[in-house]
Write a protein of this length. Structure first.
Length: 333
């Protein structure tokens, strides 16, 4: 890191400066720099994204019957595009050359983040329990940590690995509900493989977005608009196929409200905050925020479903937050 000089200081010779500093107790080693404000805001944004995605998991499970999976994925992003496009259309035109330069990379990012991930997630929700969703999602930070080293050359520092382990311990404690013997009784459904594929898909998207950063030199919200537009184009044939199979949903108030939530909070806001986190913190540390999802899921279940918070919720949540703080203090992204 480049050193900085203080403007306006009276010039002295190097020997005199060292002599004065050596005699003064004020010339101690500089304190470690504080975490930049942009990174703190990025962590806060990632926490909000995890909260929104926790709500999306509840919606996916609650409406897996009333709304077919590909229909939910398509209309989620169709409404999101209706929200975003009027805001970013001038910017898309202004950065058309940068988008043209991104070329096929932009299509690959849209395929991973918009098309495949959502189809896999909502299809898996048809046959997967919540506890399995939380367990398999622990692959995301680990896959991203390893992938960041292999694809980006960004091997996290030891402290970040320690934070990963601590947060993983807290997550497993939540899943086991404070009883390790429960882990041996877990069973896996057909949709668990789809969740695993969705998790790996999202890790690859995050890593490629970081790796191809020089091709995406456009505002994050403009990038999100381009990804939604391309991803929705690739979703349309899948949605048409599902309609051809006779799958429909009733456009009642509850179903429309579920789609509206996934479009605004789980799509527009959460994806935008995630992309900012990737830019400010790097892929590995951004993925650590995924451990917050089961914590927020437990809180939402308590607030919305009346499920009480037990001691294992508090212990697991404390371990997860401690792991995030430990990883967040590292200087290597």
């Amino acid at each position: 890191m480049a050193s900085r000089t203080v403007a306006g200081r009276t010039s002295t010779s190097p020997s005199a400066a060292w002599s004065n500093c050596h005699r003064s107790t004020a010339c101690a080693r500089p304190a470690s720099p504080e975490v930049p404000r942009a990174q703190l805001l990025a962590w806060l944004g990632l926490a909000l994204a995890s909260l929104f995605w926790a709500g999306n998991s509840l919606v996916a499970r609650a409406f897996s019957g009333p709304i077919p999976p590909l229909s939910l994925a398509f209309w989620r992003w169709a409404v999101a595009l209706a929200i975003v496009l009027p805001l970013v259309a001038p910017s898309l035109w202004r950065y058309r050359q940068a988008l043209r330069t991104a070329g096929w990379r932009l299509w690959v990012a849209a395929l991973l983040a918009i098309t495949l991930y959502n189809c896999l997630l909502y299809t898996a929700a048809l046959s997967t329990a919540a506890i399995n969703l939380s367990l398999i999602s622990t692959c995301l930070p680990l896959a991203t940590f390893i992938g960041a080293g292999l694809l980006l050359g960004e091997w996290p520092a030891r402290r970040a690995w320690g934070g990963l382990g601590l947060a993983l311990l807290g997550l497993i404690w939540l899943i086991a509900q404070g009883n390790w013997q429960m882990l041996s009784s877990l069973s896996f459904a057909q949709g668990d493989l789809l969740i695993l594929l969705a998790t790996l898909d999202w890790a690859l998207y995050s890593l490629l977005l970081r790796r191809w950063n020089r091709y995406f030199q456009i505002p994050p919200f403009t990038l999100l608009g381009a990804l939604i537009l391309l991803g929705l184009l690739m979703l349309a044939p899948l949605y048409a196929w599902e309609l051809g199979q006779g799958a429909r949903f009733e456009p009642n108030l509850e179903n429309l409200a579920a789609i509206a939530y996934t479009a605004l909070f789980a799509s527009v806001l959460a994806y935008h905050l995630w992309n900012i986190g990737l830019r400010e913190l790097g892929a590995a540390r951004t993925a650590m925020s995924n451990f917050l999802m089961p914590v927020f899921t437990a809180l939402l279940a308590w607030l919305l479903l009346g499920e009480g918070l037990q001691s294992f919720h508090w212990i697991g949540g404390a371990l997860i937050f401690a792991g995030l703080l430990l990883a967040g203090r590292t200087q290597q992204a």
